[in-house]
Design a protein around this ligand. Structure first.
Ligand SMILES: [Zn+2]
Length: 448
């Protein structure tokens, strides 16, 4: 490995200003006035240092859809966004429903070296909602899968959902549900409201999400298993989850940055960059989701990074694909929606985007704080930078971001993964260097 890195005068999420020394893959020392030895010294004055961000909901598209994203390009986008771990959704081709596929995805991540890639296993074979996939084989494989999801599709068969919860409970896994009643959302294009009628687009009722969450929390209670709700988008969903938590049901919930900032009004443009699943909702929903973060009803923020090639988005709204890229924009959007509005401080952001998603995903070795002896997984944010989010900020293969041309506060400046820099001064570190550092760090991990 390198001779280490010394970050000078960084601000931790609790406001403490300190130096941080990294040796090998760990944080070796935290304190004031640390003297540099033969290490790289980086001035972090004014930067907020967070434990590396963890995205529980990323679509990396490989294998099968490499024209949209690959494990390499998607983890480059992750590093640019301050992420050191991404959980990769199972809707690839082949679907990640066997030990072989999840192991392949994990290996591709290790080879690239920009972030830890933790594969998510499909709940049902081929995401077809008919038979349970090889859940046990994936859990026992070298990829040690703990999160299972048919995301993109809902596990709508109640008995299958019950069986999946029973199965994952045996090894402390979790089912991450994409809550969408398929019959209530046939051909749905945007949030169901007066606006959907006005625009002539088929509506997507809030009840299609809320009814599935209601059923699932009851099943989770009955089985005593862990349930995670993906991308909560309505005020009503928040109330169902609040009720379930008050009853002691083991449910956790995520919200995306876009559902914390954007509303259905954007559909007026008929610009398919704003077409997403679940759809952008009313301003009342956005406000309720922000309050749910303040109340602790929503546990984490996850990007639902969903890359699509240009032709899937530059077409009529009805024909366009659902989804937005979101790894690179997550921190600026969260700072704008939550920190600058006084809803969250950085300590809460660290919980929402790093510590809690690591806990839900049972991620081994993730740092619980920035202190000596912890794994060196770090993101440095400049909260005082203000800039227009332009296409150069996108480091993945696709550019379907709804934020292009918008101005935000906050930017990720440096990212450290396993003790080496993947992003420095806002620029990605070269592919060969990162791959070499990753190889060395895995070797160290094996020999120690
Ligand atoms: Zn989804």
């Amino acid at each position: 490995m390198s001779d280490g890195i010394l970050f000078k005068a960084a601000t931790l999420s609790d406001g403490t200003v300190t130096d941080i020394r990294i040796s090998g893959a760990t944080i070796s020392e935290v304190g004031s006035h640390l003297k540099g030895a033969n290490e790289t010294v980086i001035d972090a004055t004014g930067l907020v240092a967070l434990t590396g961000l963890v995205d529980l909901h990323t679509h990396l598209r490989e294998p099968g859809f490499e024209q949209s994203e690959t494990v390499l390009t998607g983890t480059r986008a992750a590093a640019a966004g301050g992420f050191t771990t991404v959980f990769a959704m199972a809707n690839t081709l082949p679907v990640a429903d066997t030990a072989g596929v999840v192991e392949q995805i994990q290996t591709l991540g290790e080879r690239a070296g920009y972030a830890t890639v933790r594969p998510i296993g499909a709940v049902t074979v081929g995401l077809e909602g008919e038979r349970l996939s090889a859940i046990g084989a994936m859990a026992n494989s070298s990829a040690r899968v703990r999160v299972f999801s048919d995301d993109g599709k809902c596990v709508h068969d109640s008995l299958l959902m019950r069986r999946a919860l029973e199965y994952v409970k045996t090894f402390d896994g979790v089912v991450a549900q994409h809550a969408q009643d398929p019959r209530l959302t046939e051909n749905a294009q945007m949030n169901e409201s007066a606006l959907s009628s006005e625009l002539g687009l088929t509506g997507w009722p809030a009840a299609a999400e809320e009814s599935i969450i209601s059923r699932d929390v009851l099943l989770a209670e009955h089985i005593g298993a862990r349930l995670h709700v993906c991308h909560v988008s309505t005020a009503g969903s928040v109330e169902v989850i609040r009720w379930a938590k008050e009853r002691g049901i083991q449910v956790t919930a995520e919200v995306t940055p876009h559902h914390l900032l954007l509303t259905q009004e954007l559909a007026r443009t008929y610009d398919a960059r704003y077409k997403v699943n679940p759809p952008l909702r009313r301003d009342e929903d956005v406000q309720a989701l922000r309050r749910a973060i303040a109340d602790g009803i929503i546990d984490i923020i996850a990007t639902d990074h969903a890359p699509h090639p240009l032709e899937a988005k530059e077409c009529e709204w009805d024909a366009a694909a659902f989804g937005m890229v979101g790894l690179e924009s997550a921190v600026p959007v969260v700072q704008t929606a939550l920190v600058d509005t006084g809803i969250c401080d950085w300590a809460r952001v660290e919980q929402l985007m790093s510590l809690k998603p690591a806990e839900i995903g049972r991620l081994n070795g993730h740092p619980s704080s920035i202190s000596a002896g912890q794994q060196a997984e770090l993101a440095f944010v400049d909260p005082n930078s203000r800039s227009v989010f332009d296409i150069n900020r996108l480091k993945g293969r696709s550019t379907n971001s709804p934020y292009l041309g918008m101005e935000f506060n906050g930017a990720v400046v440096h990212t450290v993964h396993q003790g080496y820099l993947t992003l420095r001064d806002g620029e990605l570190v070269d592919e060969q260097i990162v791959a070499e550092c990753s190889k060395l760090s895995q070797h160290e991990g094996l020999s120690s």
